[in-house]
Design a protein around this ligand. Sequence first.
Ligand SMILES: C[S@@+](CC[C@H](N)C(=O)[O-])C[C@H]1O[C@@H](n2cnc3c(N)ncnc32)[C@H](O)[C@@H]1O
Ligand code: SF4
Length: 375
Amino acid sequence: MPGIYVHIPFCKSKCIYCDFYSIALPSLIPDFCNALKKEIESRSNTFSGKTINTIYFGGGTPSILEIENIEKILSKIHKNYIVANNAEITLEANPENISLEYLVELKRIGINRLSIGIQSFDDEILKFLKRRHSASNAIECVKTAKECGFDNISIDLIYGITGLSNEMWRKELITAFSLPITHLSCYCLGIEEGTLLHRYYRENRYTPTNDDTCLRQFLDFDKMSAENGFTHYEISNAGKNGWHSKHNSSYWNRSEYLGFGPSAHSFVANSRSWNIENTSEYIKCISEGKPYSTSETLTSSDILEEYIMLGLRTAKGIKLDKTEELFGIIKSNKLRKAISKLNPAHIHFDGNSLSLTANGMFVSDNIILILLQEL
Ligand SMILES: C[S@@+](CC[C@H](N)C(=O)[O-])C[C@H]1O[C@@H](n2cnc3c(N)ncnc32)[C@H](O)[C@@H]1O
Ligand code: SF4
């Protein structure tokens, strides 16, 4: 089921850990919105006759945009694509720029799912991460969203932060599950090149949390999700039944999607493409009719690698009969042999379906490497 991703590349400032493409140049917003609408229109043939099931506004900080701009972008999508009546339409929102009026308007224009970036309920940690909101702003934001009629609310938290003890993390999870949410994403803090956190790390001003603590915190996420009626259906994601992210699930299922905006990726007919990661250049290329994206067509082995890498992120995992059907008996036999080398404590394997246990999910990169080396 195809989806649409819209990248809004603006943030008020940069958080210490984040390497998602965003800039703090709000003066570019009007030209960006015009370019974005042109891109949406110009690529409409790609999905002609197909029904869009999910639309996702990600960033950056989509909630930095005025309602009028989001409404116009949405209406451009509706005019140029067939959007299912019950489509999941998500917007990533930062707690600091969300008011009751803004939420009411978001609901009115058709946003039906919010993904709120909270990261932590500890004010000291929020300060360290250079977030622009407090814990109480974040809690208020979730409660207000619920009062405004949002039934589908997801929040993001980060664990594995030095200074976040196991006890503090469990308290964070208790707070999260006490809120009216249907979905929770928990990410282990990554030290990405180019970020301020990476600089602190290089200069020995930040010591990463050890693996044992990260594993403990990941296992608490897994356990407390189950205790609160959430299924841990992907490494970093847990949701109540019926409320798993349809949009993100389509990435892991390798469904097609079109990504609009600078740095956005698309996947259509076994070709992956990505837009230029520079907002001024993006605007210029679109207005001058010049190319603004690069693409590659996947080979059969790329597809097999993706099937394994994406599938094993999820609780559903992968199936050997499907591997055989798509890639032949030789590959599927090699995969079976590789599976026999894995630590039994890391996998569920019934002879056909392979998925990872919680301990396995935590080391999924290594497991995937072992499997791919054998293919
Ligand atoms: C596109 S980002 C930002 C969404 C939104 N702008 C916000 O900050 O609330 C989506 C999520 O990725 C996570 N994230 C980004 N960089 C990360 C990192 N280096 N390590 C762990 N999680 C990260 C954060 O939880 C963040 O909310
Ligand atoms: S985490 Fe969100 S608000 Fe912070 S820099 Fe990244 S995209 Fe912007």
